[in-house]
Ligand binder design. Structure first.
Ligand code: URP
Ligand code: ZN
Ligand code: ZN
Length: 472
């Protein structure tokens, strides 16, 4: 199958150009100056399909480096399967996800990776990779890290939060970081002081402060800043590159920016919810409504200005990439578990379908450039996680993962509108986006056409990722 995308503006992390894109099979074959005949023939008459992208942006397929399909958490399981979640991702212009295999105490790390392979294989609309969560750092799991790197799982997530669930002590984190340094892999840290948070949670509940708002109040920015600083110091001692996931506090980002300023290999990820939503308006919504937005790290106060500062750090590049931390739970039977006790509300927000649109809004609002949009949504996540230049860029030899984005289009987000995630509500209900996904191509195959899913659940393949240390 050969496809020629003509007339569009191809946008990369470093610039934009009016070139046609020739796709041959699963990869990009050539970028062609319009009006030229590089193969001695008018390609429009010999290719299988010509796509007219006049007036549209042609961008690399999105790479969402942080999703949790079917994640067991808080006494329930995230409501999107790999099938429903990757279909929604495709509809939103994402052509690769990196999800998390999860080891908990008593399990062999390798077994849990195979368990996650079993969930995803044959069920994904788009390509996928795995990070490994290590919930029980001991001699065995440290040894397993080497084996996983050989399997293309080259990044590991540890938690400073959630004592009794996924939590690791500083000693365990240091040991895993030392192994990561030896392997050249990337350490991902959920940076919140979980021990102190649990104390505050107990105090709020004792006072009868049980509503979702107190989820945010019991996880103050100081405990994100402190844990971020601690993670940076531990990584410094161990000598491993460090990626702090889902940063929401401006003070945590100050720590990261300061460390980067002195040359540390420290990187930050944020998510659309921290750029747009807030403690006051969302977690503080009347009654139990705020449960929709319970996630960790929590949404931060708009009065304190975290959201604007996070956009600033996207511009300065101290935020490396924007992922969704897609971890959806339904209100009816899942978030309900925490009515009367916010600490029992399953943590997570669904958003895998809306990241490209929501961050494009930053372009419309003049907060970031078109190029930075592409960079944080596709190029940097691909690079950070060992998939570049196969993913994250439109250039000869790369996988033909392409999104045609219509800046004249309009997207109304909400249940019954653009909502294909397996959730009974949308955290983004009512958001109006200037811009729309027009077509999505995954490895040369159109999976979304004019807003409709036309793909197949068996299309997505596992991506064996390379080590990323030397890219940094
Ligand atoms: O609330 C969140 N973030 N849920 C998913 C698990 C995690 O910590 O990433
Ligand atoms: Zn986390
Ligand atoms: Zn997560």
């Amino acid at each position: 199958m050969t496809t020629l995308i003509t007339g569009g503006t191809v946008v990369s992390a470093t610039g934009r150009s009016q070139v046609d894109v020739l796709i041959g099979g699963e990869t990009i074959a050539a970028l062609i100056e319009p009006g030229t005949q590089p193969f001695g023939t008018d390609l429009r008459v010999v290719v299988d399909e010509v796509i007219d992208a006049t007036g549209k942006y042609v961008i690399p397929g999105g790479v969402d480096a942080h999703t949790h399909m079917e994640m067991p958490f808080g006494g329930t399981t995230a409501s999107d399967t790999f099938e429903t979640g990757t279909r929604a991702a495709a509809l939103g212009g994402t052509t690769t996800i990196v999800d998390f295999a999860i080891q908990t105490p008593g399990q062999r790390v390798q077994d849990t990776l195979w368990e996650w392979h079993g969930k995803a294989a044959g069920n994904c609309a788009i390509d996928y990779g795995f990070h490994q969560i290590i919930g029980d750092v001991d001699a065995e799991s440290i040894k397993a890290m080497r084996e996983l790197v050989g399997e293309g799982v080259t990044s590991f997530k540890l938690f400073m939060a959630y004592p009794g669930v996924y939590y690791s002590t500083d000693g365990q984190i240091l040991r895993a970081m030392q192994q990561s340094a030896e392997l050249g892999s990337l350490m991902m840290i959920h940076a919140e002081n979980g021990i102190a948070i649990d104390e505050l949670v107990a105090q709020h509940l004792e006072r009868g402060e049980t509503s979702p708002y107190y989820h945010g109040v019991s996880r103050p920015w100081q405990l994100e800043e402190e844990a971020t600083h601690r993670a940076i110091m531990l990584a410094d001692v161990a000598g491993t590159p460090l990626y702090i996931v889902h940063v929401s506090a401006k003070q945590a980002l100050e720590q990261i920016a300061e460390a980067r300023g002195r040359g540390a290999n420290v990187f930050a990820e944020t998510c659309p919810q921290y750029l747009y939503l807030s403690l006051e308006e969302h977690l503080g919504a009347p009654g139990f409504e705020g449960a929709k937005w319970v996630c960790s790290t929590p949404l931060r106060s708009r009065a304190e200005g975290h959201q604007d500062e996070l956009w600033k750090y996207i511009r300065t590049k101290d935020v490396t990439g924007v992922s969704t931390d897609h971890c959806p739970f339904c209100m009816a039977d899942q978030k309900e578990l925490g009515r009367g006790d916010f600490s029992r509300i399953p943590n997570g927000i669904g958003g895998v379908e809306h990241r490209i649109d929501l961050i494009y809004q930053g372009v419309v609002d003049g907060k970031i450039s078109l190029e930075r949009w592409v960079e944080v949504c596709a190029t940097e996540p691909a690079r950070m996680f060992g998939m570049y230049p196969r993913k994250g860029v439109i250039q000869p030899g790369a996988d033909a993962d392409v999104v045609i984005y219509d800046p004249q289009g309009h997207t109304s987000i909400g249940v019954g509108k653009t909502h294909h995630m397996n959730m009974d509500h949308s955290a983004w209900e009512g958001f109006e986006i200037d811009g729309a996904i027009d077509r999505v191509i995954s490895r040369g195959v159109t999976v979304v056409d004019k807003g409709s899913y036309v793909g197949q659940k068996s299309h997505g393949r596992f991506i064996k990722r390379e080590l990323s240390q030397n890219l940094i």
